[in-house]
Design a protein around this ligand. Structure first.
Ligand code: UTP
Length: 292
């Protein structure tokens, strides 16, 4: 079954990037000239997604404004003959059919996904975490996962190794390689923010999952876990151990926009490829590197 719907949870408090995220959603932090969430919507659209639900919360109305028309700005751009920029601005509001729902309390990623139950209905759907931008893959990460879902018919998580010393900040996975398949694994167990004795491996779920609608009754029964939040990992563990789940090590690089260093890495990578600034930026970086 083709995956046509995606959910982008973007209701978190962004406490790791304060004060930047105090009055501006971290999902709106710019990577050179586009907010992070636009890269994510673009990835979803390139993956064949048609309907997107963004989970927002108080103080996140700029996300809605960004994907809306702005008649005053558009009129000004046309009057000053900036047709190309005008076209770009209008195109943003036509990228996909985007809807919004508010997560009234920040009770965790699992709770945010549960807010999408009515939107999703009885179909499989993709979840693209609103602060994880994935760039430079052979194909869009979301598409790599959707294709695996279509092939295996079970939930699929986008996975990557992380440094072992950092695994306690992520979820840790027990994985078994699928014979004859590159980058594809069975997920047999998972634990969110494990203590050192609980670590299963240094593989973690990073930023993308494709789930069947069976996740919703599980989420409804999921009690708060690590950090007192309703964890999507806890629900996916139940799914993995009942219906089965796969992991796909997607080919792109993931940048964590909820983390100061991740933001800097994303900006440098995009700037080095950006047609308008790449040459100037490369020269500048060399000059800076020579001073280090
Ligand atoms: P994170 O745990 O990285 O986001 O969730 P956070 O809670 O904003 O982070 P810190 O620790 O306070 O810095 C991953 C994604 O899930 C969303 C976030 O907006 C982010 O895009 N999220 C998280 C929700 O939508 N609702 C929640 O209750 C929690």
């Amino acid at each position: 079954m083709k995956i046509k719907k995606a959910v982008i949870p973007a209701a978190g408090l962004g406490t790791r990037v304060l004060p930047a995220s105090k009055s501006m959603p971290k999902e709106m932090l710019p990577i050179v000239d586009k907010p992070a969430i636009q890269y994510i919507v673009e990835e979803a659209v390139k993956s064949g997604i048609e309907d997107i639900l963004i989970i927002t919360s108080r103080g996140k109305t700029t996300v809605e404004d960004h994907f809306d028309r702005n008649p005053e700005l558009e009129a000004r751009l046309l009057a000053s003959k900036k047709q190309e920029v005008y076209d770009q601005m209008v195109a943003i509001s036509h990228m996909a059919n985007i809807q919004y729902v508010r997560q009234k309390e920040t009770k965790g990623l699992g709770h945010a996904v549960l807010c999408a139950k009515a939107f999703v209905g009885n179909e499989p759907f993709a979840v693209l975490y609103g602060d994880d931008v994935i760039l430079n893959g052979e194909r869009p990460a979301c598409r790599e996962l959707c294709e695996a879902y279509e092939e295996f018919g079970v939930g699929v998580a986008g996975i990557k190794p992380v440094p072992m010393e950092d695994i306690s900040k992520y979820c840790s996975l027990a994985i078994e390689k699928v014979e004859g398949k590159d980058r594809v694994f069975h997920l047999t167990d998972m634990i969110e923010k494990p203590s050192l004795t609980e670590v299963l491996s240094n593989y973690s779920i990073l930023g993308r999952v494709v789930l069947p609608p069976e996740i919703f009754p599980i989420l409804e029964k999921t009690r708060p876990g690590a950090g007192g939040e309703i964890q999507l990992t806890d629900a996916m563990k139940v799914l993995a151990q009942t219906k089965g789940m796969m992991g796909v090590e997607y080919t792109g690089t993931r940048y964590d926009m909820g983390n100061k260093f991740g933001i800097l890495q994303a900006i440098v990578e995009v700037a080095l490829q950006h047609p308008q600034v790449k040459d100037q930026f490369r020269d500048y970086l060399k000059e800076v590197a020579a001073r280090l």
